[in-house]
Design a protein around this ligand. Structure first.
Ligand code: OOG
Ligand code: NI
Length: 458
């Protein structure tokens, strides 16, 4: 019997993420080296920390610990972005958050397409940080028009991919055969093409305007520019990269190492120089630097108050020291980071008491509730409270990742010009507000816990 039952979007995403990983390891061998190192370090940490191993195995995450958590692409036009939203929606990935990178010297604004909700994240957490080039920030009008013309003429999706997106929309999903076909066609969009779309001359003019513009405009499609597995000891991997023949970026982005991890720490190996052929009367050989590998370690999602404190502390750090791209002041940077972040409480109870982070409430199996007050129930051990993991991104960190992979000379000043409304108009949808989302998880968990304890007016 042939089945036409629809395949769960979470499953399509898991297959897509695995297919992307296989393709990328094949295209960028250094990424395979990074994955091996990550698996090694994760195994060491778990061997030392049996409690962690146990809690991961309880939530069924142990064998998938080193799987990719995210990747990133850069798009050229509003149409490409709107179609990307439809493509990711087939896999249960929705736009969350708006990131303005112009302030940090990168002419893009971005969102993250990701699964929403704990069950979906648990089945497969893969996200794609998706940036849209802002040609409006390029001052050279003639170059801008030339770039826009090239972008308007390219088609980054295969015809079959577009048909399958439309079919999924019309029929409310894809069956087994269509889902398999969809994954095959969808990854074509993210494949690397070493034959450039533009002449060597235009490539260099785009590159001179900003390296990122050359990366987006010069190629047939938005090649995946990195993938990122989760690592249980990010400092260990950063330290060991050179011994494995890969060059780490100068410093780990984000907060310092802490007892109670907050937000997101990430680092990468520097993008590789790859050969490219430029078309022309006689084709020209050249090179392009864009693709790298990254690792991430996540901590608690912060409330607006916690995030404001984080941003303020990071500003204080950066006012004192800017990490040099060549790593010459990396140790000093880490020292300043740790010193300044001493002002961010490093204790879960205090983080909660000061309203700095989001927590999920669950009832324990202990006894009866004789109060409606969550604090009293927590103190009595009837309720417990666990940090909610931050599943999104950080613009200053993202800019640091961009910069170190665009080459050290890529820092440029743009007037900060966030334009979420324009981004959402191009996307064809509003992005989900990450703070509202985490606050909702916290509130829902508290209400459900009080109900489970029989507190009627919860
Ligand atoms: C995206 C950089 C941002 C992250 O992890 O913050 C990012 C890019 O280089 O296209 O992936
Ligand atoms: Ni990344």
């Amino acid at each position: 019997m042939t089945s036409t039952a629809k395949i769960a979007p979470d499953l399509i995403r898991a297959r897509f993420s695995a297919a992307m990983s296989a393709m990328y390891r094949n295209e960028v061998p250094a990424y395979g080296t990074l994955l091996t190192l990550v698996a090694q370090v994760n195994a060491e940490v778990l061997a030392d920390d049996t409690e962690l191993a146990q809690s991961l195995s309880q939530i069924d995450q142990l064998d998938r610990i080193s799987e990719e958590r995210h990747g990133a692409i850069r798009l050229g036009t509003a149409e490409e972005l709107a179609t990307m939203r439809r493509l990711f929606s087939v896999m249960g990935m929705f736009p969350v958050g708006y990131y303005d990178l112009s302030e940090a010297g990168v002419p893009v604004h971005s969102t993250a397409f990701r699964p929403v909700g704990e069950a979906a994240l648990r089945r497969n957490p893969f996200r794609v940080f998706t940036s849209l080039l802002r040609l409006d920030l390029i001052s050279d009008q003639a170059l801008r028009d030339e770039a826009a013309g090239i972008l308007a003429a390219r088609q980054i999706y295969t015809p079959a991919c577009l048909d399958l997106i439309a079919k999924a929309e019309a029929e409310g999903g894809l069956d087994e055969a269509d889902a398999a076909h969809f994954v095959e066609e969808a990854i074509e969009t993210f494949r690397w093409h070493s034959d450039a779309l533009v002449s060597a001359d235009l490539y260099h003019r785009l590159h001179d305007a900003h390296r990122l513009i050359a990366d987006v405009v010069s190629f047939k499609g938005p090649h995946i520019n990195h993938l990122t597995p989760r690592v249980l000891d990010i400092d260990a991997v950063q330290d060991r990269m050179p011994a494995h023949g890969i060059a780490p970026k100068a410093v780990i982005e984000g907060p310092p190492r802490r007892k109670c991890p907050i937000l997101l720490r990430q680092t990468s190996f520097k993008a590789l120089q790859e050969s490219v052929t430029f078309p022309g009367d006689a084709s020209v050989a050249g090179s392009h630097t864009a693709r790298f590998g990254e690792i991430e370690a996540r901590g608690i999602a912060l409330t607006p108050k916690g995030r404001a404190l984080y941003d303020q502390l990071l500003d204080r750090v950066r006012a004192r020291i800017t990490p040099a791209a060549n790593g010459s002041n990396a140790a000093e940077y880490v020292a300043v980071l740790e010193e300044v972040f001493a002002d961010f409480p490093d204790d879960w109870a205090q983080i909660r008491a000061e309203g700095l982070g989001y927590f999920e409430w669950t009832p324990t199996s202990l006894g009866q509730a004789d109060s409606d007050d969550p604090e009293a129930l927590l103190a009595a051990g009837v309720l417990r409270c666990d940090p909610i993991v931050y599943e999104d991104f950080l613009p200053v960190s993202a800019a640091g990742i961009f910069q170190s992979n665009l080459g050290d000379g890529a820092v440029q000043d743009f007037a900060a010009s966030p334009n979420q409304l324009k981004f959402e108009a191009d996307l064809g949808a509003a992005v989900l507000d990450e703070f509202a989302h985490y606050a909702g998880i916290e509130q829902t968990s508290l209400t459900a816990s009080l109900r489970a304890l029989g507190r009627a007016n919860a």
